[in-house]
Write a protein that binds this ligand. Structure first.
Ligand SMILES: [Zn+2]
Ligand SMILES: [Zn+2]
Length: 340
């Protein structure tokens, strides 16, 4: 089968490799679509999570079940499935406290284990979620990011009527926006420099959008205060840009919550005044991956509450995966998917 291998020198080679063999508790999957994510860029550039190269990334996977091992009963050949890539040990302190995403033993399909930038992969059947027969595979590939965004909204503690600001209108910002809308964010404001993404946000439910590119930090904060009647109760940083991270504490109102969702460089540091957190009773939190949120994400997608197909702007054959990563790195895409 064809598979995309990422090497330590940042090169990518699409080549013929042996088909995976399955264990008794696994399913053999034919990949129908696999989303390209910022994590894939980090794996390519070598600064995130991958243990040893070459690796076969791709963790936003929609696939058709081809065969199953003897012990598998939850999926059948022919099923369209979404893959939950994150596998925890199930036995440690974090796992037993219902926080499998904080498991120190966590390993992920498409990060440490072979992923979806290939024609086929083997995955434990317990990591699979069956989708309705006619559900689009491309939308199925976005179940994993939707599931992560849902965890983000949970972490933000958003309640109906909360004035909410999201900074960053990429695919993640636009999924967060839709879930925030359903959670009752009001008003809901998106901050994003690219016009096409602001337009998408308005179509998908933003009450207002702000182009921050020509605004000083003070002007941006004033615009947000005007639009939210004094500041946002919830601010979600979804761009992953240092400049945006530096503004979020000025956008939140006293008693509010700031959620860092966009992935920053691990070495990036931010100046924060503990006095502000004390005096304004701010909550600062994060959201990492998709703990136990897959079935709720499936409900949001299957009912059309969250629309992901309008976010897919670029489609690539597996052989052109290097161009897909380049386009994502240049910021040209809202969402790119690889169709093996
Ligand atoms: Zn991802
Ligand atoms: Zn564990």
């Amino acid at each position: 089968m064809r598979a995309a291998l990422f090497y330590a020198d940042q090169s990518i080679s699409v080549q013929d490799v042996p088909e995976p063999k399955i264990n008794a508790d696994e399913a053999l999957l034919r990949v129908e679509a696999c989303g390209v994510c910022g994590t894939d860029l980090r794996i390519q550039s070598g600064d995130f999570l991958a243990e040893c190269y070459p690796v076969l990334p791709g963790h936003e996977i929609a696939a058709r079940v081809e065969a199953v091992g003897d012990e598998v009963s939850n999926v059948r050949p022919g099923d369209l499935v979404a893959v939950n890539p994150n596998m925890a040990c199930g036995q440690c302190y974090a796992c037993l406290r219902g926080k499998p995403h904080l498991c120190p033993e966590m390993r992920a399909i498409g990060v440490q284990l072979p992923g979806g930038f290939a024609e086929k992969l083997a995955a434990p059947a317990r990591q699979l979620l069956v989708m309705p027969v006619n559900f689009p595979p491309e939308a199925t590939a976005l179940l994993e990011p939707t599931s992560c965004c849902l965890h983000g909204i949970d972490q933000a503690g958003l309640t109906p009527g909360d004035p909410t600001v999201i900074t960053g209108g990429g695919s993640i910002g636009l999924i967060l926006l839709q879930i925030a809308k359903h959670a009752g964010a009001a008003p809901l404001v998106l901050v994003e420099p690219i016009e096409r993404k602001r337009q998408l946000a308005e179509t998908l439910g933003a009450d207002a959008t702000i182009d921050p590119s020509s605004l000083s930090a003070e002007t941006l904060a004033r615009r947000v205060r005007e639009l939210t009647d004094g500041g946002a109760q919830v601010v979600i940083e979804a761009s992953g840009h240092p400049a945006s991270a530096a503004t979020v504490l000025d956008l939140v109102r006293s008693g509010g919550t700031v959620l860092f969702f966009g992935v920053q460089a691990p070495q990036f540091e931010l100046d924060i005044k503990p006095f502000d957190i004390y005096h304004r009773e701010l909550t600062i939190t994060g959201a990492y991956t998709n703990p136990l949120t897959d079935s709720r994400a499936r409900s949001l997608l299957v009912t059309g509450r969250v629309q992901v197909l309008p976010l897919i702007t670029h489609r690539y054959a597996l052989d052109n995966i290097a161009s897909a990563l380049e386009a994502v790195r240049r910021g040209e895409t809202v969402k790119a998917v690889v169709i093996p």
